[in-house]
Structure formats: C-alpha cells, structure tokens
Design a protein around this ligand. Structure first.
Ligand SMILES: [Zn+2]
Length: 966
C-alpha cells in the first residue's frame, strides 16, 4: 500500500525558475461598467385585518418615530442573573435613515393610548422596526447569504458591478468627508487607465448599522478588459467557493504592510451543491485532456494567453510557454474538431477534471466507515446507542455506495472493545470481546470490515439489536483511544472515515484523559490551557491517521466534561469535524431528532477521499500560513484523508517579490477521489488586478473575508496566548486598519469625533464587536471549557455563509411581521426583515426569533396576548407555556403556519449539516436561558462587555491616539 502523494504528477516540480511575466492578450475590447445606481424602494407596512378577532387592519403609520424611550423589553433580571442590557435613549441614530416603518403587529395586549388605531392594537410609537431603504440589487426579503448562486447567471448584476451599500447611510455621511477620487498611475503594461473602485467614506459614530449589508457581495475585482480569453460571465469564482480579503492585490509587500490590511484567501472549495439555491453543478471536463504548465503545474484557465497562432499557451502564473495538447480542440465523443472557446476550463473559474490513471498511485479507494460506539452505562442510558444504531440502519441506503464498494465496521467500546464479525451472507453478527486495551490487535483478520452490500443482513441484524445487547450495562468507563487504534488497524490499508460516538470522557486505555476543567481557571489567563490538548496522544495519533488516509469525526454527547479541546485534535488534523450535543437525552425528541438528522447527513454526504489541496499563484505571491482542519504535509501541500462538504479554510498570502503585471491569478486545486470511484481535480481560479494605491486597497477590501481571517487569527491567539490577547488582537487589528484609513486615505489628522470607514467595511466593526463577545472568545468565568472549545471549532471551520450569522445572529420580529413573511415567494419562504441586534427591538407583547445557525430562540414577551399564545403554541395563556427546547405544533391557522415556515426556512437556510435546536424563551422566566438568548444581541451591553456604541468609542480612541509609521 503506497500513498505517497509525491508520486502524483500534481505534486511534481513546484519550482519557479523563469522570471518571464505573464503576457496579456488584447483580442477584443469591452469595458467593465461600474454602476452605483441604486433602486431605493419603500415597502408598505401592513396590519392584518380581522374584525372577528379584534385584530388589526391595514394601515400605515402616519408619524414614524424613532427611537423613543422604549417600553421595557423584559422585567428586571432575576437576582444572580446577568444585568439586562441597557436600553432606551442610549443611542440616537440619525433620523435621516428612517424612511418608513412597519405599522406593527396583529397581536397586542395593550390598549392604544391614542385613538389613531382601533382599540386593542399596538401603539404606533412602540413600533420600532425600521424600514431601511433597500437597493433591490442585493436584497430581497428572504434572501440570505445562502442564496448566492454559483455561478452567477449573466442576468445577475452582483458581479462586475459596484456592490450595493446602504445608499442613504453613504449619502448621509459622505458629506462629512470628501469623496476620494483615487488618482493612480496606469498599471504596468496596459495603456488604459486602470479601473478603480469609487470609495465612499462613512462615519460610524452614532450610526445604526444596516445589517442587510452582510448579504452584499464583496467589491468586484476590476480586471483589465480582456484579462480573460473568453467573455464568459463565470470566470471568477462565486465567493461561497473562494474569496480574498482584498479584491485588488497590492504590488509590494511594503504597501501591504503599510496598509495594515490582511491578505488571505478564504475558501470552501468542496462546498455542497444545492439545487434549491439555484446552484449550477460544477462543470466537469470529461475528456481527460488536462493542460498544465510544465513548470509551475498550474491548470489551464481563462487567464492564460494563446500564442504562436494558438499552438502554444503562456502560463498566467509563471509565464512559461506551453504546448496546447493535441486533443484540446478535438471532440472525442463526436470524433470531429471542437470549438476551443467552448472548453469549460476556459469559461469557468470553478471546474472539475476527471483525472486519468497517472493521477493515481492505486485504484480509487471505496468509501469506508468504521463506527466506534460508546456502550458504557452513560451512553446506553442517554439513548445514544439506540439512536445511533437506528440512524446508521436507516442510512444504509444513503451512504455513498453507487458502485457497491462501501465498507463498514462497527466497534462497541466501554471498558473493553467489542468487535463484530459480519461474514457475507450471514444473518447474524458474532461479537468478539477484547479486554487488552494497551496492546490492541484485531481478534480475527477478516469479516470485521465488510462490504455493506454483501454483509447487509448481518449488519441490519446487529444494528437492530445493538442497544438491547448493552441495555443492562452498568459499565462505567470509556477506552476510546484504544478503540481508535483498533479502528485504525481495521481500515489503515484502505483509508476512510472513523466516526466515533462518545458519551463520556475517555478514562481507560490509550489516550485516557482526566477531568481537568478546574473552575478556578475560568476567566483567568490560565483558561487557555483548557483550550489546548490535555494529552499528546490525540495529535500524534491524528498524524498517524492522516498518513494512512484515515479521517476522524467526533460526535460527543457527555452531560459532563468530555474535553472537547483534546478530542477535537483528531478531526482537526485529519480533516474531520467535531459535533457536540451537551446534555444529550434521546428521550427528549428534540435531542434525538437533532442528532439523528445531523448524523444522517454526515453519513449521506458525498465526501472526497484521499485529497490534497494546493494553491498556486502568480510569481511573487507566496502562501505563508494555513488555518483549518487538515495536516500540512509539506510547505504548502494540505493533506485531507477525506474532505467533508462545506468546510472552510483560510490561507495567508505574502509577497516575496514585487508584482509588475496588471493582474495576478490564484488557483486552488483539490485532487481527490470521489466516493463514486473517480479521481478528480477541482480547480478554482481567481484573478485580481494589482494596485499601488492604498486607497484602492481599502476600496477593494472584503469585510466578510477579513472577518473570517481575523476569527481564525483570534482563535489561534486564544490558544497560544490567552483569550484576553485574542480579544485585544481583534480590536487592535481593526484600529490599525482604521488609523491607516483615516491618515492615509481621508487625510484627516488628529483627534476626531468621527470614526471613518470605507463603505465596503461598514460592518466590519460590528462583526468584530460580535466576535469579541462570542462564546468562543468572550470574557467571563462562566463558560464551560467544552462549550468554549466547541465554539472555537465552529469558528474555524464554518464557511462564511454560516460563520457570519454565527458571529452576528439574525433577529426577526414575528408578531407584527409584514404579511408576505412566512409565505412562499420566488426564493422559497420569505423571511421577515432582519433587525438590529439590540433588545430595544424587543416588545413585552411580542414574539421574536434570534438565531445564529446553531440555535434558534423563540422569544415570547410576557404580555403576549392569549390569542397569540393560542395560535402559535395551542395553549390557553402565557403562563401555561414552558421555556426550553421545543417543538412547535402545526395548527390550522395561518399565523402558526407562517411561524413554522420561518423556523423551517431558518433551519435549511445555510449549507452544512447543522439542525439548530428551537428554544422557547419566556421573557420573564429561566434567567439562564434568557441571558443566553440576550447574549446574542451583540449591539447591547452585556455583563461588563461593551455595547456596540461603546466598542466604536474604544476603537475611535485608539484610532485617534496612534499615528502609524509609514
Ligand atoms: Zn506556469
């Protein structure tokens, strides 16, 4: 068995020796249009009319007010609970932003003090929802970040156009600064003046952030005309595959250093395909004609140049002239000449090649799954064993197995190891118990890892009986590490996935751990020791796994400390994933459904096998650091024994040489074996113009990618240094950027009452405020280490689409949502408008959703009218409602169905396997749950953590104080 990646052609000869610069073709001439025209559309506000129930009528507020001292969102906190966030009169936002407001709700318990509304309806002055002026290009109700399409259809204006920023904010503020017209020298080689972004400066102080901007696409890469050899609209990747913190590339490292902006690629190259999102499948090049540069091994792409009458192509990375392959212009299927310009790899940024045999060192491996199931007393009693066995049984048909090669093994573990012999054709499994935990060996050479198809009867029988077999187990103890070694021995010759399900801390055998969660450490500088691995076994073992193409997924269920920080090393270095189910109890249907849904999705996922990722770039650009779940095999080769869908990676870039050309190209290649037995190469090519202007760098910065980059840097810092240092890093990096912007781009000096940002970074301070208050990094001595470590796992693996809501949750008002919310629109269920994350929006009689992709909180105001409680929960009154994990009933009334539709839409909004729990939060009960929900409202003050307004002041003061070296 040989799996040395170095044998693959893909890995050969990475040296660049030629200093030839990329050449540029001028085949045609078109210009990139830069549009800043925005459609500002106001939507009406509606109140449903129903005389029989005394509910409201269609009406518009006559006198919008905003914000006034707000009625109490919730009662004073119970003793010992977190203080309620401050509210009311704390901030005044410019009224210029307010165009129109929703008329308000259909449900209210309070008589209207003024007779502008019929009795029984909310006072308009209490309606706080703000209608933002909405540029129609990027925002439609219900559109989420998940709705970004790949590739964009030519009709969609999101690319090649200026991203739409909230126009009114920009208008309002830009009069305070001169708009900067960035003069720039023409770029090297091009006669034309380079396209530049227009830069809009916004003052953040006193400004309410427009959270819809989080869905806006990054600033476009303004490439020179004809940078691409085809005029295809798909020559740049959708940002859900890959985006860069800057969409213009600095020409020198010193310019980059001076700008204080980060330079990093943020990517989810193996992201899932969702037809419901309008995704187009990744185009597949099937004719085995793979043109690659002889020297730098880049794949041919839309940014190469054809020379010598089209017989040769010049590499856009290293400039080498290469021969065009003989069959490049030949249709092998039809046996006739083909149109070169129709080739997929010249028209698409994201393509997949089917690799011929020289890309294989062995035949494509089958998908292999070795399950380790904890059968100790804790696991059996929590219902884990029964739920896991049932889910595997029900997933046997959805495990990728089109060619009937998938293999399965099951090991049960407590204080000893239980193997199961599943011979082909047998109807029953035989159990073999091994109690030697320190010198693990397999009890028999065959029938432990079996073909799913051939051994299915025995497998089904075993899975049906597994829970009963251990039902009376009173065994306390978990030899997880020894079971891992056994599973590794079972599958090491093929590679594949170990999926471990564990309900208790591993206390026996190899890799035994101690409960080290000393509460005295929490909130101190020593807390970071709990975020580091407590045993070297798991990292060492993980590297061993990676070598043998074995990946590990951890599903952790313990009610007590289970040392997520240590156990998550296995997924981290083997490209797996960690899943945590705190306090799991399958007798609670919500727990069972969540786990079974997520586990089932993991089993059905079309994983890539035996993968490596390498990024190539134009000469002068070097990859300097990598973040994500993989093992770095050589300086820039990332090894992923299996690749899950929708996992995120961040790669930092440096310039080791000045960039002379007008644009650069970055290419990510992920060589993998599909679970259907094909060797494939997914290639993502991205081109970016170069610039020597700091202002242009700022105007091209992508706030979402920067947020993802800083998240990874902060988590890293919290582990190597301390949580305190991590939070300081976030705020300092932000202040550094805004200092440079203020001094170098706006040319204002000295202290100022304003905090200037470019409009494209308008929401970065809000995201950074959210990040410093995230459970993964937040200050405080109350966060259990397992929850902290798990949150950090998510922060460093979620793709942007899920990461951004995880740090800046979504907040909706339901009791007064517009009538179309919760109904079906063109893009599925329409969501209500997202609110700013402040409890000022909460109303005592209202119903709200706060969700971050991992949990959904349904907030019920304690003055909610009985009718609302009845319609939503089928209960007579608020007092009958109990908080906590909840399953909403489906009732025969439109409001209930709309709320259910919104919850369902929220659960499927983003790619990934996660199925968020729904918690009902009563505004006057369960202080812990209440505090948890309120902690997601990141614009508020929380404990001793600052509000967004205070955070901005902190940043502004830092910006005023420092004058960076230039
Ligand atoms: Zn090359």
């Amino acid at each position: 068995m040989v799996s040395d990646i170095c044998l693959w052609p893909d890995m050969r000869n990475e040296a660049d020796q030629d200093s030839t610069r990329p050449g540029i073709s001028h085949r045609a001439s078109t210009s990139i249009s830069v549009s800043f025209g925005l459609l500002v559309k106001s939507r009406g506000a509606y109140i449903p009319s129903d005389q029989s129930t005394g509910r409201s009528q269609w009406d518009l507020p006559t006198q919008p007010t905003y914000p006034t001292a707000h009625p109490s969102a919730s009662p004073p906190p119970a003793p010992g609970s977190a203080p309620a966030p401050s509210r009311g009169g704390r901030r005044q936002y410019p009224t210029a932003q307010i165009q129109q407001m929703y008329g308000g709700g259909g449900y209210d318990s309070q008589p209207a003090p003024r007779q502008t509304m019929p009795p029984g309806y909310p006072d308009q002055s209490q309606q706080q929802q703000q209608q933002h002026p909405g540029p129609a290009q990027y925002f439609t109700p219900g559109m989420a970040s998940g709705d970004v399409k790949q590739p964009l259809s030519p009709q969609q204006p999101a690319y090649g156009q200026q991203p739409a920023y909230p126009q009114q904010q920009v208008d309002h503020m830009s009069n305070q600064f001169q708009n900067i017209n960035m003069g720039q020298k023409p770029g090297g080689g091009y006669g034309d003046q380079k396209q530049l972004h227009s830069i809009q400066t916004v003052n953040l102080i006193g400004m309410q952030p427009d959270v819809r901007g989080l869905d806006a696409p990054p600033p476009p890469s303004l490439l020179p005309p004809n940078a691409s050899v085809t005029q295809s609209p798909y020559t740049q990747p959708d940002p859900s595959y890959q985006r860069c913190t800057l969409t213009s590339m600095p020409m020198t490292q010193s310019l980059l250093n001076k700008s204080k902006l980060p330079l990093a690629l943020v990517m989810a190259p193996y992201r899932s395909f969702r037809e419901s999102d309008g995704d187009m499948p990744v185009p597949v090049v099937e004719d085995s004609v793979i043109a690659r540069c002889r020297r730098c091994r880049s794949y041919i792409n839309p940014y190469v140049t054809f020379i010598e009458g089209g017989n040769r192509w010049k590499c856009c990375m290293c400039g080498l002239s290469n021969e065009v392959p003989q069959l490049f212009d030949w249709d092998q299927r039809e046996g006739k000449p083909a149109d070169r310009w129709a080739r997929k790899e010249l028209n698409h940024s994201v393509v997949e090649f089917i690799a011929p045999t020289e890309y294989m060192v062995r035949p494509p491996q089958p998908p292999v799954y070795a399950f380790i199931i904890d059968v100790s007393q804790a696991a059996v009693q929590s219902g884990l064993v029964a739920t896991a066995a049932r889910t595997i049984l029900e997933s046997l048909d959805s495990i990728p197995n089109a060619d009937k090669r998938a293999k399965i093994a099951i090991i049960a573990v407590s204080t000893s190891l239980h193997f199961f012999s599943l011979p082909p054709g047998a109807t029953e499994a035989t159990m073999l118990v091994m109690s030697d935990l320190h010198d693990v060996f397999l009890p028999k050479p065959v029938d432990l890892l079996v073909n799913l198809e051939e051994s299915r009867p025995a497998l089904e029988s075993l899975l049906g009986r597994l829970s009963d077999m251990f039902q009376d187990s009173h065994t306390v103890g978990n030899a997880l590490g020894s079971a891992m070694q056994a599973a590794h021995q079972l599958i090491e010759k093929i590679g594949g996935k170990i999926i471990a399900l564990s309900a208790s801390l591993p206390t026996l055998g190899e890799g035994a751990l101690k409960a080290r969660d000393d509460p005295k450490l929490l909130g101190t500088s020593k807390e970071s020791s709990l975020l580091n691995a407590g045993s070297s076994f798991y990292k060492t073992f993980a590297i061993e796994c990676s070598k043998q193409q074995v990946s590990v997924d951890m599903f952790l269920f313990s009610a007590n400390y289970t040392d997520v920080a240590t156990l998550s090393c296995l997924p981290r270095y083997t490209a797996g994933q960690t899943y945590l189910y705190p306090g799991f109890n399958a007798s609670r249907s919500e727990d069972a459904i969540k786990f079974a849904t997520e586990f089932g999705k993991v089993l059905a996922m079309p994983i890539g096998l035996e993968a490596v990722i390498r990024v190539r770039a134009t000469r002068g650009i070097r990859l300097s650091a990598f973040h994500g779940n993989f093992f770095i095999r050589s300086t820039d080769l990332l090894a992923l024994p299996t690749v899950p869908e929708d996992q995120n990676y961040v790669m930092e870039l440096q310039l080791e040489d000045d960039l002379k050309g007008p644009f650069v190209v970055l290419q990510t290649a992920i060589l993998h074996t599909s679970c259907y037995g094909e060797r494939r190469i997914r290639v993502i090519t991205q081109a970016m113009p170069t610039t020597d202007s700091i202002a242009e760098l700022y105007a091209s910065a992508d706030q979402i990618a920067i947020a993802a980059y800083l998240t990874n840097k902060a988590v890293e810092k919290s582990i190597t240094n301390s949580l305190d240092d991590a939070r300081t890093l976030i705020t300092n990096k932000l202040s550094d950027m805004l200092t440079v912007y203020k001094n170098q781009v706006t040319s204002s000096t000295g202290a100022s009452a304003q905090l200037a940002v470019p409009a494209n970074l308008l929401l970065l301070p809000l995201l950074m405020c959210g990040l410093t208050k995230h459970v993964g990094l937040r200050e405080g001595s109350q966060i259990p280490p397992d929850l902290r470590a798990y949150a950090q796992d998510l922060l460093t693996t979620l793709p942007c689409q899920a990461l951004i809501p995880y740090m800046h949750p979504r907040f909706y008002s339901l009791h007064n949502m517009p009538p179309e919310a919760g109904t079906i629109g063109e893009q599925g269920v329409i969501l209500p408008p997202a609110l700013n994350l402040t409890s000022e929006r909460l109303e005592r009689h209202g119903l709200f959703i706060i969700e971050d992709g991992q949990n959904i909180f349904l907030w019920v105001g304690h003055e909610a009218v009985p009718r609302l409680i009845q319609d939503v929960f089928d209960l007579l009154s608020y007092s009958e409602l109990s908080g906590g994990k909840y399953t909403l009933p489906v009732l025969d009334n439109p409001f209930n169905q709309r709320v259910n539709a919104i919850v369902a839409k929220t659960r499927e909004l983003r790619r990934g396997v996660y199925r968020p729990h729904l918690y009902v939060v009563k505004s006057d009960a369960e202080p812990a749950l209440r505090s948890w929900a309120l902690s997601l409202l990141i614009e508020d003050r929380m404990d001793h953590m600052s509000s967004y307004a205070q955070y901005l002041t902190t940043v502004k003061n830092k910006v005023g104080r420092f004058c960076p070296q230039t």
